[in-house]
Ligand binder design. Sequence first.
Ligand SMILES: [Zn+2]
Length: 169
Amino acid sequence: MGDCPRPMGDKCQHEHFMQKAIKLAKQAADAMEVPVGCVIVHNGEIIGEGYNQRNTKGNTLYHAEISAINTACNHLGDWRLEGCTIYVTLEPCPMCAGAILQARLPRLVFGAANPKAGAVGSVVNLLDVDGFNHKVDVTTGVLEAQCAQLMKDFFAKFRRKSGDGCGNL
Ligand SMILES: [Zn+2]
């Protein structure tokens, strides 16, 4: 991890920043949103963060990753997020995987896989397509159990409240 001056191992650093993303995911859950949280790190510093606000904003674009990319771009004053690492609690959807490519993010770290909608290996893998000239270094399974539990707890609560069994993202 050349972008982090901290004397931490890869795993330790990944867990540190994933904890921050988990905190944001809990904010989403508190607002009755599917709990997904995201931070973007540059030189060991968080420069972008977001959590799912799709229902709150009434807008499909307000995924955690898009909001985090938005704040990170504002911070750097650049659409390119070169040298940054994006941490997200859940495997990105096709829209967010596309945004990660477009932002030229070199590294993605995610917690839990998303078997129904994940675009980084579960349903498709948009970050590993030979035809695209940008490649993303992907690390999966960081604090996976905690990230998956957030989703399980949320959908258990949601089903009890609404009686709706739909857990699709
Ligand atoms: Zn998304």
